[in-house]
Design a protein around this ligand. Structure first.
Ligand SMILES: [Zn+2]
Length: 253
């Protein structure tokens, strides 16, 4: 809840505590994604690695609106794509992409992917983002282009190739598809997604208006070290979390 005390990075006394926290953060991220218009029918997923069973991950139920998801609605999926907790099915694409990212990146607790409109529009250009604003520098040298669209991702082999393209970055642009972000916490992955979508919007507007000034490498790298760290991503999510919980407290159930 929004208790109006300064935010501190959480500590947990048990895996149960951490799981509850993570699922509430995921539900909040879905409500925010809904509010920001990132949903397109049944597309999009956010996964969170289970704190006790790292080979399992929590994900949104396939076909449930982002705007209705509560913590208890999330389903738990194993490394073969079986739903081991929950009644709803899993989106095959969510399993194919996210299982391979969680496998390739032990440092990643959460991964987000939706068909948000500006990310989707920018993805058609087959290029990465320029360091043209302070916010864009969070992605400077820290996002990849997956330059190989071959249809809906239904095969873990394609998930493996996306994970390979992502490398050690915090984000990837999936050409002709949309954005993908990861983080050491749900908060971080969700924030990177929100700010990357806006960064795509800003780049599209700036490019349409003229020729934006691109920051030089030294300045972009310095700014990346200031706005790009994991803790900066985590912290930036906290006011959004407080507001969505204040507005829609049922998400915590
Ligand atoms: Zn997709």
């Amino acid at each position: 809840m929004s208790d109006r005390t300064p935010h501190r990075f959480p500590q947990f006394s048990s895996p149960d505590d951490e799981r509850t926290h993570m699922k509430q953060r995921m539900a909040a991220a879905f409500r925010l994604f809904d509010r920001l218009g990132f949903n397109e029918g049944v597309a999009g997923h956010l996964t969170g690695r289970d704190p006790e069973h790292p080979e399992l991950f929590w994900v949104n139920p396939f076909g449930m609106s982002f705007g209705l998801i509560r913590a208890r609605d999330l389903i738990l999926v194993d490394h073969e794509g079986n739903v081991v907790e929950g009644d709803w099915p899993v989106n095959t694409a969510a399993f194919a992409i996210h299982s391979q990212i969680h496998a390739a990146r032990p440092d990643v607790q959460a991964a987000a992917h939706t068909h948000s409109p500006y990310g989707r529009a920018f993805s058609t250009l087959g290029r990465t983002l320029d360091p043209i604003t302070q916010d864009a520098c969070a992605f400077y040298g820290d996002h990849a282009l997956f330059d190989d669209y071959t249809g809906v991702v239904l095969d873990v082999e394609e998930g493996k190739r996306i994970a390979h393209a992502l490398g050690s970055c915090k984000a990837a642009i999936l050409r002709n598809h949309g954005l993908l972000t990861v983080g050491g916490t749900v908060d971080e992955a969700a924030w990177w997604f929100i700010t990357m979508e806006r960064t795509c919007h800003v780049q599209l507007m700036a490019d349409a208006a003229g020729q934006p000034v691109v920051l030089d490498d030294e300045c972009a790298a310095l700014t990346h070290s200031q706005v790009g760290p994991a803790i900066a991503g985590w912290f930036s999510f906290q006011p959004l979390y407080d507001k969505i919980v204040a507005d829609q407290p049922d998400l915590l159930d």
